[in-house]
Ligand binder design. Structure first.
Ligand SMILES: Cc1ncc(COP(=O)(O)O)c(C=O)c1O
Length: 369
């Protein structure tokens, strides 16, 4: 690739510091290997078959996705072991699931007989049992059944449907967002994993051959790895980290490997400037970090507060200290939630030593179905 300094990139641009990304990938690969637990990263963070390949090359056993569209993009790129960690509902999706099952190894998550019924029909169509993870509510109160007996009842119903094999249990400790101390966060992670292990044990006692116990969330991975019985983890955000991963004590600012480069396009008042990055590229996810009151951390000017977003404008508040920034100057913003920011870009720029080294297509961008 021809030399392209980062400073010449048009904005807004999504930039990935490759040294930091590789450090994050290596660290998670090593952490899971040392714990003897499989790594099945959730690729909703990067939506990129290239980065998924880097994860697999470092030892990941497969990947997790939220959407069928993401699974299709990853399968097209030759990725062969995919967990769809999201309920698949409706005929159009079931048809696409059958196509996917014919060409790659797919496992799916379910938390109801209604969803399992559709998947079971797909299993009959493709002529084999589809591996199923049962989703357990470990405290997030989003998806999943209450641990223990309700999950065992669902397992029996799923078995009765036929063409399905219950192979695992999964959870997602997203409620770690509400933790107020590192100890609190650690407790959430440990409880989440222990709940899944206990539910897997109940299922085994009921005669199910549960091979996978799969918690997943970046801030709770370390705790999950310390709980005997956990077989795989599904962190996603760890590849880049963001304001909220730092806020939940799972990373430092030096571990943040991705940011949006934006240009100052207006200085309409002494206490305000406007950049060309609004909610369409930064997302409106709130910050959980007490020192980041706005919609992201301004990396090269941490005193500035990005306190208002409209679609294409980011309004930055300048405090009493003032700012010499002018139209044309650039800010680097670490998003509060990196996944929802990157999901809007067609391409990310992999950079090293101030130069663009590679362009990373966000191939699963827009794959929300
Ligand atoms: C089901 C599921 N698994 C795994 C993850 C990964 O969690 P994190 O982004 O904290 O790494 C998520 C994140 O939303 C998820 O919803």
């Amino acid at each position: 690739m021809e030399q392209l300094p980062v400073s010449n990139l048009d904005t807004p641009a999504f930039v990935i510091d490759l040294d930091r990304l590789e450090r994050n990938l290596d660290a998670m690969a090593q952490l899971t290997r040392q714990a003897g637990v499989k790594l099945r990263p959730h690729v909703k963070t990067h939506k990129s078959p290239l980065i998924a390949r880097w994860q697999l090359d470092r030892g990941a056993v497969g990947i997790a996705v939220a959407k069928l569209g993401e699974a299709e993009v990853m399968a097209d790129a030759g990725i062969t072991d995919i967990l769809i960690a999201y309920p698949i509902v409706g005929e159009p999706k079931l048809r696409r699931l059958a196509d996917l099952c014919r060409r790659t190894e797919i496992r799916v998550a379910v938390d109801s007989v209604a969803v399992a019924t559709g998947i079971s029909q797909v299993g009959r169509q493709v002529g084999r049992d589809i591996p199923v993870y049962l989703e357990v509510d470990t405290g997030l109160h989003r998806m999943g059944l209450e641990p223990g007996e309700p999950v065992v009842r669902l397992a029996r119903a799923v078995r009765d449907l036929g063409a399905l094999e219950v192979v695992g249990v999964m959870g997602h400790a997203g409620h770690v967002a509400a933790a107020s101390t590192p100890e609190d966060a650690a407790r959430v992670g440990e409880d989440d994993a222990r709940t899944l292990v206990a539910t897997a044990e109940s299922l085994r006692q009921a005669g199910f051959d549960i091979r996978e116990v799969s918690p997943g969330s970046t801030p709770t991975t370390r705790q999950a790895l310390g709980v005997p019985g956990v077989t795989e983890v599904r962190p996603g955000t760890y590849v880049f980290n963001d304001v909220n991963t730092v806020a939940r004590w799972a990373a430092t600012w030096e571990d943040c490997a991705a940011w949006v480069v934006a240009t100052v396009v207006s200085r309409p008042a002494a206490d305000r400037l406007v950049i060309d990055a609004g909610s369409k590229v930064l997302s409106r996810d709130p910050s959980l970090h007490p020192e980041v009151p706005g919609f992201g951390r301004v990396r090269n000017h941490p005193g500035l507060v990005l306190d208002r977003l409209s679609e294409e404008h980011g309004v930055v508040r300048i405090g009493l200290q003032g700012s010499a920034l002018e139209v044309g100057d650039r800010l680097e913003i670490i998003p509060n939630h990196v996944c929802t920011s990157l999901a809007n870009f067609e391409v990310a720029y992999g950079v090293r030593h101030g130069q663009v080294e590679t362009m990373i297509p966000i191939a699963a961008r827009g794959k929300f179905q």
